[in-house]
Design a protein around this ligand. Structure first.
Ligand code: NAI
Length: 344
């Protein structure tokens, strides 16, 4: 029986994996800690590892896993910016869940926008305190406003459809525009200049790192809303904070934060948070922070568990790895995966 170790596991993660365990015949070991070079020694005796968004799979971690004979790392998420693929190549197959519910993330992005714009977060607290004043709760109609979407992949396109339902005009930027979509594609500068709300749905890469920064904020409309449900480092948080202070940015919805890895998913309600930028952002009435929960629906959790276990089954049964992340072909063009259905 293959022994699989899960890192950064919370009770809600286990539900679907436990339900599907018998079908696959794996033995599971759950760790609350994140995977990194300090915790990798817990993998001794395991046959495979399941990791999540804030685990650090760097060269040192990979070498430790490799030393224990582990050859498969299954990410139970879509993003993979936390893996050093150069070090993993030839040692560790890295598989992921490319899509589990684009609807979950897109719907959360819209939930954040509606909450922020119509001040639901403030109204909820007021009425619980029997304060029925509506002063200061004025929002604006989404109808007729322009939504700028950076990254029009699976999530970005579902989000565009939701926005269309509100009667919004959609502008998109993506180096690989979607065919057959009725998104109007523009360059980034136009998107920044024309959008009333800008929503980020691109992966974290060297091109998207701090795509929202001091200079690009300057190009934006006064009072623009920034929505980030992709990866924290797409936004320069300090520049965002400064622009909210001056009023240049009218509001921000953040499901991700660039320094989230040691903070999000944990209960720090009894602790003084040392991250001054995050603390200041959270203190603002026009900023909503959720703790990387955009994916968190029953449907998404079920899909994550099914795809992750299927990825592991393919590996152990020597089949092609449908969801392996290819490193070599994008760099050197000689793609082993095309012939052997595995990257190496
Ligand atoms: P996807 O791969 O379907 O779409 C990403 C799109 O971004 C592609 O169309 C790609 O061409 C585009 N892109 C690449 N480089 C770009 C650039 N420099 N500028 C603009 N666009 C660029 O991915 P999907 O499923 O839509 O996910 C998007 C992102 O959402 C993921 O990379 C992940 O970081 C994030 N995510 C967040 C979750 C959460 O719980 N908050 C859950 C799942 C994903």
């Amino acid at each position: 029986m293959k022994r699989i170790g899960f890192f950064d596991t919370k009770p809600y993660d286990k539900i679907w994996f436990e339900k599907l365990k018998d079908k696959y015949g794996f033995e599971f070991k759950y760790f609350e800690s994140k995977l990194n070079s300090d915790t990798a020694m817990m993998c001794s005796g395991l046959d495979g590892v399941v990791a999540f968004v804030n685990d650090v799979i760097d060269e040192k971690t990979i070498d430790i896993l490799n030393g224990y004979g582990i050859k498969i790392l299954a990410l139970r998420c879509a993003g993979y910016n936390n893996v050093d693929f150069k070090s993993a190549f030839g040692k560790l197959h890295v598989v992921r869940v490319p899509a589990y519910s684009p609807h979950a993330v897109a719907e959360h992005a819209m939930a954040l926008i509606l909450t922020l714009n119509r001040k639901i977060h403030r109204a909820y607290i007021r009425t619980r305190d029997f304060n029925f004043s509506i002063s200061g709760l004025t929002g604006f109609d989404l109808y007729g406003k322009t939504m700028g979407i950076i990254g029009t992949g699976k999530i970005g396109r579902v989000f565009a459809d939701i926005c269309k339902g509100f009667g919004m005009k959609i502008l998109g930027y993506d180096p690989f525009p979607a065919k057959d979509s009725n998104i109007e594609y523009v360059d980034l500068e136009q998107l920044f200049r024309q959008s009333d709300i800008i929503s980020l749905h691109a992966p974290l890469t060297k091109d998207t790192y701090h795509v929202i920064n001091k200079d690009t904020i300057e190009l934006m409309k006064d009072g623009v809303y920034i929505v980030n449900t992709s990866r924290g480092a797409l936004v320069d948080s300090e520049a965002l904070l400064n622009a909210i202070k001056t009023g240049k940015i009218g509001g921000a919805c953040l499901d991700v934060y660039e320094e989230e890895s040691d903070i999000f998913f944990e209960d720090y309600s009894n602790v003084v948070i040392k991250d001054d930028i995050l603390a200041r952002l959270i203190s603002m009435p026009n900023v909503i922070v959720t703790s990387h929960q955009a994916f968190l629906t029953d449907e998404a959790l079920k899909n994550i568990a099914e795809t992750t276990l299927e990825n592991l089954r393919e590996f152990y049964e020597n089949e092609g790895l449908t969801n392996e992340i290819c490193y070599q072909c994008t760099r050197y063009g000689n793609c082993a995966k095309k012939e052997k259905e595995r990257c190496f």
